[in-house]
Design a protein around this ligand. Structure first.
Ligand SMILES: C[S@@+](CC[C@H](N)C(=O)[O-])C[C@H]1O[C@@H](n2cnc3c(N)ncnc32)[C@H](O)[C@@H]1O
Length: 282
């Protein structure tokens, strides 16, 4: 039986390599498993499969305090045994995008890849326009991986892409960001959560929650699910929770959103493949 291993260790190639926490290996295992299951399951059902990475990075990442360097999300998506037909990578740091381009050209010269330099939220129409056209006889299904450091993702961005038929794997940095910065966000002058949820009136909804610190994550998670349901997506039955291995503290979760009921099936397969993760009981 074929088995794709998303954790691909590499040597330093002298291009820029960002440092990341060791929990990133769990993220890459999960996103790699989704890409593999997606192309494997969808290849015969759609003419064109498209991979979009909105917060792409440089393609390599080093685990902090180690010499271990791995492929990060864009190169993992390019490595799946059954390829996507088109890849679109957006990154706002010019140095990281430069390194990514070099690596893609060297390691995956035959793949159809477009690069977008800039803030994914601002460049979303360009990203949309880079997708290959579709028609009745030439169907298209994109898979969009969304991997921000924090809650800098605007809901409007997802809304714009969600107009098209598209599956999303979204990293919700709720524990990393939302919990630590709750007091800032409750301040009326701070618009981060309004942009993240697409709702300027979110505070009046949240005011009814008794334990603010504890319930903020549940509130945001439920709100996001509701937003996605309003776009026609199915509420995911489960989400993957990623924890810091040393302390077991929760960090973030990954949620797969699709308009088709394959979501639960994919979740179960990924859970089986990428061992060790738990799901968030929200
Ligand atoms: C958490 S890292 C993810 C990198 C990569 N996906 C991985 O697998 O490790 C987030 C990346 O998004 C970039 N970034 C931050 N804000 C961005 C934005 N608004 N638009 C596009 N890229 C952004 C950062 O420079 C960083 O490389």
């Amino acid at each position: 039986m074929r088995k794709f291993k998303p954790l691909i260790e590499v040597d330093d190639d002298s291009l820029k390599i960002p440092e990341v926490g060791n929990w990133s290996t769990k993220k890459w295992s999960l996103m790699g498993a989704y890409c593999d299951i997606f192309t494997n399951g969808m290849r015969n059902m759609w003419n064109q499969l498209v991979y979009i990475d909105l917060f792409a990075g440089s393609g390599f990442a080093r685990i902090k305090n180690t010499n271990r360097i791995y492929y990060s999300s864009p190169l993992i998506a390019l490595s799946v045994p059954i390829k996507f037909d088109k890849y679109i990578f957006c990154e706002k740091d010019p140095e990281l995008l430069f390194a990514l381009k070099k690596r893609v050209t060297r390691l995956f010269p035959d793949q159809n890849v477009s690069f977008v330099l800039g803030d994914a939220n601002d460049e979303i129409e360009e990203i949309r326009n880079l997708m290959p056209a579709y028609s009745k006889g030439n169907t298209r299904l994109p898979f969009c991986f969304v991997d921000p450091f924090s809650l800098e993702l605007r809901f409007k961005t997802i809304q714009t892409l969600g107009q098209d038929l598209m599956d999303f794997l979204i990293l919700m940095a709720l524990y990393m960001d939302a919990n630590r910065n709750l007091n800032n966000y409750l301040n009326d002058n701070n618009d981060k959560i309004a942009l993240f949820t697409g709702d300027n009136n979110w505070r009046s909804e949240f005011v009814g929650y008794e334990n603010k610190q504890r319930d903020f994550i549940k509130y945001l998670s439920d709100k996001y699910d509701q937003n996605m349901m309003d776009l026609g997506y199915i509420k995911p039955a489960n989400k993957h929770l990623v924890r810091i291995a040393s302390s077991n503290l929760p960090l973030y979760y990954l949620a797969f959103y699709t308009k088709h009921n394959r979501g639960n099936d994919f979740y179960k397969k990924v859970k089986k493949t990428a061992t060790g993760q738990t799901e968030l009981g929200l």
